[in-house]
Design a binder for this molecule. Structure first.
Ligand code: ZN
Length: 477
């Protein structure tokens, strides 16, 4: 498998430190508000990467942090803590805000069929490891006291800024031109960042004692400390959004390598941005959507996943409702195909030419997956299979082979094909669907409509008549 490494700016053959065990660290959400669809795109990328690695035979240990302290409004340590700000605005307690938005986040992940990481870690529960790491940096002379906290001296970091394709000098020059808002007294370089911020109990609820003084950790130190705690000092893959590259990941890398003297990450994988109707998502444009919002509008959440998968993760994606509509139509056609072939009974001899063509498409599908996760190309191969099978009258044996291939594809795509196999239907629901087909055949539309409502009410199954035949899917509401 080849994967694009942001650090080398090239496609590299993937090899992990420990044979077949991959350590994967994904920067998780700051739980101060709802995650929007642009955030969720990045988590779909991680999930697809994780599934692809498992398909390649790797055992993946996936660690994701929950930032519940220390992430300020400005990623460069400026402004107020995001969670405190939201708590004040909503007149709710900090813990309540954290719990509420963490739960919301995992609900949305589940709707998108995103598999849970092996480890989910809350920053506020790992202050000890962060202070140990800060202590190591202190012993090596990398940190100093300035203004409101302990700062990391970026001039001492070897190759600072290279993840962003820049350098210490260039980044400082650029930032000087942009003029940072807050410049604490005694700051040595504009790129220096806090590892520990001083604060009193009166100022904020979450503060901890340390030998540097009472306070709380900086955002970047969280990810360095927690990734090392769960995955060791060198991790195989670190993911995030492209917006993390210049500050968050650049600083994570600088302090981690300073503390350990080892390479921090072997492959940096970054997911590109999403726009809505060609514009950046922003509150003032009222174009911030959430997955829950799309569901309330009647869309299948997995139609959004499918839509994301049709754009390569390193390409900018533009979300439109027409696009989502199209994605949903394609997805339903795929569900119809799966339910149709899974209902074909009997054995018979498979047509070797047909099966040969199908297996060739399977091979090509996974070749694309292994080519820096080229899922859009892989999806084209899948549609090739659907067309191939659609033209043929399949015997039971052939249908079984096609179904197995579709399910193999879905182990990477995560579109929930298994839930649309006829065997996934409760027996009584299956009977009702047959009865409805029968009623439709007799043009008895009254009965047909009654059965449709009953399926929806009793089994949460929605039926739709398409060109491909009747398709059914589980409702999420
Ligand atoms: Zn992070």
């Amino acid at each position: 498998m080849h994967i694009y490494n942001t650090l080398s700016r090239s496609n590299e053959l993937f090899r992990c430190v420990d044979g077949k065990k991959v350590g994967l660290y994904a920067c998780g959400p700051t739980v101060y508000f709802y995650a929007h669809i642009g955030n969720m795109r990045a988590y779909i990328t991680v999930d697809t990467l994780r599934r692809a690695l498992v398909h390649e035979g790797y055992a993946v240990r996936h660690v994701m942090n929950i930032t519940d302290v220390g992430h300020n409004v400005g990623d460069d340590d400026t402004g107020e803590d995001k969670i405190r700000m939201e708590a004040r605005k909503e007149h709710r307690g900090i813990e309540e805000i954290i719990r509420f938005y963490t739960e919301k986040f995992f609900e949305e992940e589940a709707l998108l069929n995103i598999q849970k990481p092996e480890v989910t870690c809350r920053a506020s529960e790992h202050i000890g490891s962060m202070l140990d790491l800060i202590g190591r940096l202190d012993e090596k002379g990398y940190i100093y006291k300035a203004g409101n906290g302990m700062y990391f001296d970026t001039s001492k970091s070897k190759g600072y800024g290279r993840l962003a394709g820049s350098s210490f000098e260039r980044m400082n020059k650029d930032l000087r031109a942009g003029a940072r808002v807050e410049r604490p007294e005694g700051l040595r370089n504009i790129t220096d960042f806090t590892v520990w911020r001083f604060a009193n109990q009166e100022e904020r609820d979450m503060v901890w004692n340390s030998r540097f003084g009472k306070g709380f950790p900086g955002w970047h130190i969280e990810c360095s400390a927690m990734s090392m705690e769960y995955l060791g000092e060198t991790i195989d893959i670190h993911t995030g959004g492209t917006d993390h590259i210049p500050i968050h990941h650049t600083n994570e890398m600088a302090q981690s390598e300073a503390a350990t003297g080892k390479r921090f990450v072997r492959y940096w994988v970054h997911s590109a941005f999403m726009t809505v109707d060609g514009r950046k998502m922003s509150k003032s444009l009222r174009n911030i959507h959430t997955v829950e919002g799309l569901v309330k509008m009647g869309y299948l959440p997995l139609a959004f996943r499918y839509m994301c998968l049709t754009v390569h993760y390193r390409n900018m994606m533009n979300f439109t409702f027409e696009g989502l509509e199209r994605a949903q139509k394609s997805l339903k056609a795929l569900y119809a195909f799966v339910s149709r072939i899974s209902a074909i009974d009997g054995g018979g001899h498979p047509d070797t030419e047909l099966v040969g063509k199908a297996e060739k498409l399977r091979g090509e599908f996974f070749e694309s997956v292994g080519d820096d996760l080229d899922i859009p190309a892989a999806i084209t191969k899948m549609h090739g299979l659907v067309n191939l099978a659609g033209r043929a009258k399949l015997s039971g044996a052939e249908a079984k082979r096609m179904l197995a291939i579709m399910l193999d594809f879905d182990s990477v795509l995560g579109l929930g094909f298994d839930l649309h196999m006829s065997s996934a239907l409760p027996g009584e629901a299956k009977k009702l669907i047959w009865q409805r087909e029968d009623a439709r055949g007799r043009k008895d539309f009254k009965t047909s409509d009654e059965i449709r409502s009953r399926l929806r009410k009793d089994f949460k199954i929605t039926l739709e008549d398409t060109e491909e035949g009747t398709v059914w899917y589980m409702s999420v509401d």
